[in-house]
Design a protein around this ligand. Structure first.
Ligand code: ZN
Length: 409
């Protein structure tokens, strides 16, 4: 069985209308691999039909990227060319709707010196970050995925029909079947997540306590008044409701940067910069990661934590019950978009200013003063063990079970 054109169109439409929610007259930037040119055309058509003024495509290639890292000089790769910067600057004026379609090989950069990858990223981000900050929280965006041969083979190495199997899983997690009303299912799904977020917001927890038999023993302080959010949000510029991640199962907030203690043990491997980190734990003291241990990718993990001054602090805590449709697939996707929606996770690096009251109108620098972390990285890692318990603690010391055995208490 291969995926029908009809289903592909249905998926493209869902990404454009329900995810990005492209509005009449908006410019769209589509970021997609050259291998997915057919799906790119379907997305582009769906954008125009939704009223887009112009769709601009940023083509990517993980094969090309690997060749760049293998052969080109680090200094050359680190340099942001004037036209690249001009493109980012243009984005701060147009505030386009951004659509990212992931399909990369999780091992695309396997064997490349991690030091080279992280210094290139550091140099480039130091130039590009101010532009990213300028559009942060002011435009609609969505990340979704389509399978590539290499990605599918990483997950199902022994299966002839790996690509179809991955398609099948992706469509299930984004709630598409041949004859359902996918938009209506998404409405029901996002309403349910919003309800849970509302409950958490009413509890007024000031800190969370995580415990699991695998060694996770961790407390983190929350920002007074910061909201728990999930599924979707409004673009404050035009009021359009958009869903940044498809699939999405999480309810998240940004904790107080620099205020956590203890150890978090990861329960799934992590693909960062197209290389794998596996079997790892991170220990925090005074809110900063002070040590980490990984069975695979130790050097990579250390570099991640040192990417900039605040990469060692948390930017996100998220609650996802272990019986999420992604976890029920029963395999690892090697792609954060999916794996982070399988169980509870935390993220090192950049936080979300939108969770602060009035956060939409704050600059990244202002939000930082209220406890939101600022970094060039935002890397989610999964801590949702089957026996994970999470307690919420209120300012008066009272305690409430939020999660027991990896799911809502
Ligand atoms: Zn998350």
């Amino acid at each position: 069985m291969s995926i029908s054109e009809e289903i592909l169109r249905k998926y493209a439409e869902l990404i454009v209308r329900t995810g990005a929610n492209v509005q009449q007259g908006q410019t769209v930037t589509l970021n997609i691999s050259v291998e997915q040119h057919h799906f790119a055309a379907l997305i582009t058509e769906a954008c125009y039909k939704a009223g887009a003024r112009k769709v601009n495509v940023d083509w990517t290639s993980d094969v090309q990227r690997r060749l760049d890292f293998a052969y080109a000089d680090e200094k050359v790769l680190s340099c942001v060319l004037p036209w690249e910067e001009a493109k980012m600057k243009q984005m701060t004026e147009d505030l386009p709707c951004r659509i990212f379609i992931l399909s990369d090989d999780p091992d695309a950069l396997d064997g490349i010196e991690p030091q080279k990858i992280s210094s290139v990223m550091q140099s480039r981000q130091s130039v590009l970050k101010p532009y990213r900050n300028a559009i942060e929280g002011k435009h609609q965006w969505v990340i979704a995925a389509v399978p590539s041969e290499k990605w599918a083979r990483k997950i199902f190495p022994d299966r002839e029909d790996a690509v179809e199997l991955l398609w099948d899983a992706i469509l299930r997690t984004v709630r598409i079947t041949p004859d359902n009303d996918a938009a209506a299912e998404w409405k029901a799904h996002t309403d349910l997540i919003a309800e849970k977020a509302k409950w958490l917001n009413e509890q007024g927890f000031s800190s969370l306590e995580y415990k699991s038999a695998n060694g996770t023993d961790f407390t983190v302080e929350l920002i007074p008044g910061a909201r728990w959010e999930g599924a979707g949000m409004d673009n404050p510029v035009n009021g359009a409701f958009y869903i940044p991640n498809m699939p999405t199962e999480e309810i998240f907030t940004s904790p107080y940067a620099g205020r956590c203690e203890g150890t978090l043990v990861a329960v799934k491997p992590l693909s960062w910069n197209s290389q794998i980190i596996d079997g790892f734990s991170i220990t925090f003291k005074d809110g900063r990661a002070v040590s980490c241990k990984a069975q695979k990718g130790q050097e990579l993990l250390e570099q991640m934590i040192r990417m900039d001054e605040k990469a060692c602090m948390l930017g996100e805590v998220a609650l996802v019950p272990k019986e999420s449709p992604i976890n029920r697939c029963g395999f690892l996707f090697y792609e954060t978009l999916f794996d982070e929606n399988a169980c509870c996770h935390c993220a090192l690096g950049m936080g979300f200013k939108e969770v602060l009251p009035g956060g939409d109108d704050m600059t990244v620098e202002e939000a930082e003063k209220h406890g939101i972390n600022d970094s060039i990285i935002h890397v989610d890692f999964m801590v949702g063990a089957d026996d994970l318990s999470v307690d919420g603690i209120r300012p008066d010391g009272t305690r409430q079970a939020i999660f027991r055995n990896g799911t809502w208490a």
